[in-house]
Design a protein around this ligand. Structure first.
Ligand SMILES: Cc1cc2nc3c(=O)[nH]c(=O)nc-3n(C[C@H](O)[C@H](O)[C@H](O)COP(=O)(O)OP(=O)(O)OC[C@H]3O[C@@H](n4cnc5c(N)ncnc54)[C@H](O)[C@@H]3O)c2cc1C
Ligand SMILES: *[C@@H]1O[C@H](CO)[C@@H](O)[C@H](O)[C@H]1NC(C)=O
Ligand SMILES: *[C@@H]1O[C@H](CO)[C@@H](O)[C@H](O)[C@H]1NC(C)=O
Ligand SMILES: *[C@@H]1O[C@H](CO)[C@@H](O)[C@H](O)[C@H]1NC(C)=O
Length: 540
């Protein structure tokens, strides 16, 4: 049978090598039905983290969802197969989550990009939305929707991520407090399950699969299309930064914005000004010269324990029912209620697209100085409001050993009630509705950070995460974009949601084929395969 060819890596490789032609892919459609597998690509074993480099046995660059379905049907039809399958979106994972050691990587960027916009004439007939293919980048969706004056509501900071990739995690940014994460702003999905079934699902149709896939870490199916909610796009954005020298005041003001001023403000984030570098690295995109506006931030005495904090918020220049919002007036109203250090506030007005695409300016800058394609030992945590001060202390104590911290530390609140608890995404179990997301987005500059140094940074992250999730330590955190290698760690991560996660896995990917790079499940296959069947290879 054709699919026996997939079934042992050694034989599979031997087969590939035997047949490999100069153009490096299998020419004989007979052998794999309609599928053409590549031996490898430049991207299949690479991700943004540059920490793991697991090589697959083969790569599929599908032209249609049906090809993905054929691949998964073949693999799941044989109980002897041990090949796994990882969808790779934009490969912006940190810890090899989109890699498949000795398996097959499905590169989603090869699916023909398709964006179909439905504009609702009247909200009573339902909302406006876009149907977009799973490998499409968010920036492409934004460009397309803006042509007709519409926009998705909920974002990530960086837009060169795939639709399917962020929906497999959550998708969070400064709009999350208001609209929920990206997984709360999708109303239908086309999915290929682990057994190769093509299913269209929504909250009312195959809802179990729909909610399983959202935040599901790629475990239940491959998203080939998503229906994303849209709203009217603003033209301009008032983008504000306000500084604090006191953590309590900083977080109190952030909570004021996301709880009491929810309707007035459209985006809220924040970061810790750890050193001059961290201010610079978070300021590339802010089109005001921070060092000339706030000289005192740069005269920080680094041996003292004072840190500065910055709240970043934005008001969209948008129509509302009464006409245009007076942005200046709203800003004044908001500022009057806040307690930032007097005079330490700065605002600029930028086009909506430039605001959403702000991290791209950092990318361009970092690429220019060769610091984009470097190792990224990132750690992202959700921390309940009650544990945030303790977590800040833990974080600052642990990293004080590294005076050359490079990269921003983001810290801002989101609201739990904007997340659908039926999805697979995991938040802290805390009672309070306010939860902080903390992103320690470090770069390991190869000029100053050796392999040993990188390992130290990873060890620091490990220490911080371990303490933050330890129920005895009083922080109660959960990892976002989690990275664990042992089943009991995953069990603890999912907590009360673990049994449901297991049940969903056995429903939708019973042989544990999908997303092996997450290291949650071991591939199931029969080891008792008779030696004789490998002859299929030589008999070709
Ligand atoms: C510079 C940068 C900025 C970031 N900013 C943010 C941010 O502001 N907010 C935020 O929430 N995240 C952010 N992230 C993290 C990002 O959302 C995740 O890493 C996300 O997984 C990246 O999407 P991707 O398309 O690159 O996914 P990949 O790395 O390709 O894949 C991630 C996981 O999803 C699976 N997967 C990929 N495509 C599909 C699909 N179509 N169907 C099913 N499973 C699939 C993969 O198998 C893998 O397990 C950022 C990352 C970077 C590098
Ligand atoms: C910012 O301002 C400082 C101090 O005025 C100046 O030295 C520096 O060159 C300016 N940087 C940019 C990018 O304009
Ligand atoms: C920085 O602070 C430390 C401790 O508070 C103090 O001893 C030192 O003199 C300060 N340095 C400068 C340059 O202000
Ligand atoms: C979650 O799932 C349950 C059971 O299927 C359902 O009754 C409930 O309405 C769902 N909640 C939401 C918010 O979708």
């Amino acid at each position: 049978m054709e699919f026996a060819l997939f079934c042992t890596r050694v034989n599979f490789l031997a087969f590939l090598l035997a047949l490999s032609s100069p153009c490096k892919f299998i020419q004989s459609p007979m052998d794999f039905g309609p599928l053409k597998l590549l031996q490898t690509t430049n991207t299949a074993s690479l991700d943004f983290g540059r920490i793991y480099f697991n090589t697959p046995s083969a790569v599929l660059r599908p032209q249609s969802p049906e090809e993905i379905s054929v691949l998964l049907s073949l693999l799941s039809a044989s109980s002897f197969c041990e090949a796994t399958v990882a969808a790779r979106g934009a490969g912006h994972s940190i810890n090899g989550q989109a890699q498949a050691l000795n398996g097959i990587v499905v590169e989603m960027d090869s699916l023909p990009s398709s964006i179909k916009i439905h504009r609702s004439a009247d909200r009573t007939f339902g909302p406006s939305y876009a149907d977009v293919s799973g490998g499409t980048l968010w920036v492409e969706l934004l460009k397309e929707t803006l042509r007709v004056g519409l926009t998705p509501r909920s974002w990530t900071d960086y837009l060169y991520l795939s639709i399917g990739g962020t929906l497999s995690n959550g998708g969070i940014s400064g709009q999350t407090f208001k609209y929920g994460p990206q997984i709360s702003n999708v109303i239908q999905l086309d999915v290929v399950t682990g057994s190769g079934e093509l299913v269209t699902c929504s909250p009312s149709k195959s809802s179990d699969l729909f909610f399983a896939v959202l935040g599901g870490l790629g475990q239940f199916g491959i998203i080939t299309s998503a229906r994303i909610l849209l709203q009217e796009a603003p033209h301009k954005v008032k983008w504000v930064r306000a500084f604090y020298d006191d953590f309590e005041t900083f977080t109190k003001d952030q909570e004021l914005l996301v709880v009491s001023m929810r309707d007035k403000v459209d985006y809220v984030e924040g970061f810790i000004v750890l050193n001059e570098g961290s201010l610079h690295s978070s300021s590339f995109a802010f089109p005001a010269n921070m060092s000339s506006i706030f000289p005192q931030l740069f005269q920080q005495n680094t041996s003292s324990n004072i840190h500065y904090y910055c709240i970043e918020f934005a008001i969209y220049d948008q129509h509302d029912k009464k006409g245009f919002i007076n942005v200046g007036q709203v800003l004044e109203e908001i500022s009057n209620k806040m307690s930032f250090m007097s005079s330490l506030v700065s605002s600029v007005e930028v086009p909506y697209f430039d605001f959403l695409n702000r991290v791209n300016i950092e990318e361009v800058n970092l690429r220019r100085i060769g610091l984009w394609d470097v190792a990224h030992p990132w750690l992202n945590m959700f921390v309940p409001k009650a544990g945030i001060t303790k977590f800040r202390d833990l974080m600052l104590q642990t990293i004080s050993a590294s005076p050359t911290f490079e990269g921003p530390i983001l810290l801002y609140p989101i609201l739990k009630d904007k997340w659908n608890s039926n999805s697979s995404a995991v938040l802290p179990d805390s009672e309070d509705n306010v939860v902080y997301i903390v992103g320690m987005l470090r770069s390991a500059n190869p000029n100053t950070c050796s392999q040993q140094c990188l390992e130290n940074l990873l060890q620091q992250n490990h220490q911080i995460a371990k303490t933050a999730i330890d129920p005895g330590m009083g922080i109660g955190g959960k990892q976002y974009l989690p990275h664990y290698t042992q089943e009991e760690q995953w069990r603890a991560h999912f907590g009360g949601k673990w049994q449901r996660f297991l049940a969903r896995k056995s429903d939708f990917d019973p042989q544990n084929i999908l997303a092996p790079g997450q290291a949650i499940f071991k591939r199931k296959y029969s080891r008792s395969r008779s030696k004789g069947s490998s002859n299929v290879l030589s008999s070709q």
